[in-house]
Design a protein around this ligand. Structure first.
Ligand code: AMP
Length: 378
């Protein structure tokens, strides 16, 4: 396409401190959120005749942390197609050449709110368990593709008023930087599992810990393990759940073990004390049963030693959750990730710029050729 024609396809609009330069098909932009990568707007898409969300990634290649995250997200969003993972509707850049390349815009399905907003609400067991079921379906689908999230948190999970839920991101790359480069943006770590906090090896059920923290917060309306830093957070974990066993301590590397062993000893509290009946709706016998099931699930998810923690499959079979079980949702075919080095990639800024630019062009090419599915999973 010639440059002038391309230029005419875009227009600019100020949103907050940022300028969005978007395709003219997207109208009526309004800011709806912001994260480590930038601002997200809602907009009306004249072509699809529906509302969408547009996320602007400003100079995503500017440093290793941003570049790896943006590239990984772009590649994975293109492969994954599951109703509980956010779907990509379009990708574009207003710049016309690699030399000029600056920003990437991701167009996604629009949801109503993130889970932080839902946590304030008093939900009944039906909604609570349905939200959890959908989180677990999304997580299982990611795991099936070899993606272990490790950083699930309420701000990265979005919902609609009909109680449908989608996970927004793909978490930490195996070789992720610690986030130090992301300052001044504050990284939320409250939902990270002990094996992440303590720098141990991890397996798929690392994500179950985060789901447990989120469920606990929905019940308590307070963050379960808040902490200024990992040390403070670890204190909150052991104060409530108790000092882990010797068997667990032996799995830690020497310096971490010394630190953990030298903390004061705590016996912890029973789950009846941590999550008493008053926190749950208890208006009927059915609700009482559900409350005890929810508490039982919490006690199996919030287990410090991952080898003793419930797995995703077991959680999906738990009585609190399995009422929703639908094989089409739980056992959807796993996505094929073609870039096997996705997490290992290390590049210079210039190389990242080219890689990300190529991904955008590849999307445009596939759109033109009609390769991209017209409709993402609803
Ligand atoms: P992110 O930059 O992906 O971390 O998103 C930041 C915030 O923007 C989220 O916490 C949501 O509140 C909001 N958001 C992002 N994507 C969407 C979407 N597709 N639908 C609704 N809200 C969204």
């Amino acid at each position: 396409m010639n440059k002038n024609k391309r230029e005419k396809e875009f227009y600019s609009v100020d949103v907050g401190d940022s300028t969005f330069t978007v395709l003219k098909r997207y109208q009526n932009l309004r800011p709806i959120g912001s994260g480590a990568q930038g601002i997200v707007c809602s907009a009306y898409d004249n072509n699809l005749e529906r509302n969408v969300a547009i996320k602007k990634l400003s100079r995503p290649f500017q440093n290793q942390t941003h570049a790896k995250r943006a590239y990984r997200e772009l590649v994975l969003m293109k492969c994954v197609n599951h109703k509980n993972i956010i779907g990509l509707l379009n990708v574009f850049t207003p710049q016309k050449t690699l030399e000029e390349f600056q920003d990437v815009y991701l167009v996604m399905e629009l949801m109503d709110a993130n889970l932080c907003q839902v946590i304030q609400m008093e939900l009944d067991h039906e909604r609570l368990s349905y939200l959890l079921y959908q989180m677990l379906c999304g997580i299982k689908h990611l795991h099936a593709a070899g993606i272990i999230h490790r950083d699930l948190k309420p701000s990265n999970i979005v919902v609609k008023s009909d109680c449908t839920l989608k996970i927004l991101d793909f978490g930490l790359a195996r070789t992720a930087a610690t986030g130090l480069l992301m300052t001044p943006y504050v990284v939320t770590r409250y939902y990270r599992a002990p094996e992440v906090i303590l720098g141990m090896g991890y397996q798929a059920n690392v994500d179950i810990w985060s789901v447990g923290c989120i469920l606990a917060e929905m019940v308590r309306h307070k963050i379960l393990f808040p902490g200024r830093d990992y040390i403070d957070q670890w204190n909150k974990v052991i104060e409530q759940l108790g000092t882990p066993t010797q068997e667990f301590l032996l799995k830690l590397n020497q310096s971490v073990r010394t630190y953990v062993e030298n903390r004061p000893r705590y016996t912890g509290y029973s789950f009846e004390k941590l999550f008493p009946d008053v926190l749950f709706p208890a208006d009927s016998e059915h609700s009482k049963l559900k409350a005890s099931q929810a508490r039982d699930l919490l006690s199996k998810m919030l287990v410090i030693d991952a080898s003793k923690r419930i797995s995703v499959d077991e959680a999906l079979q738990h009585p609190y959750i399995n009422v929703w079980y639908d094989p089409a949702e739980v056992e959807a075919p796993s996505p094929l990730i073609t870039d096997k080095q996705l997490d290992e990639r290390e590049h210079t800024v210039e190389e990242w710029k080219e890689l990300i630019y190529k991904e955008v062009l590849d999307w445009e090419e596939r759109m033109k050729n009609g390769v991209i599915r017209a409709q993402v999973q609803q």
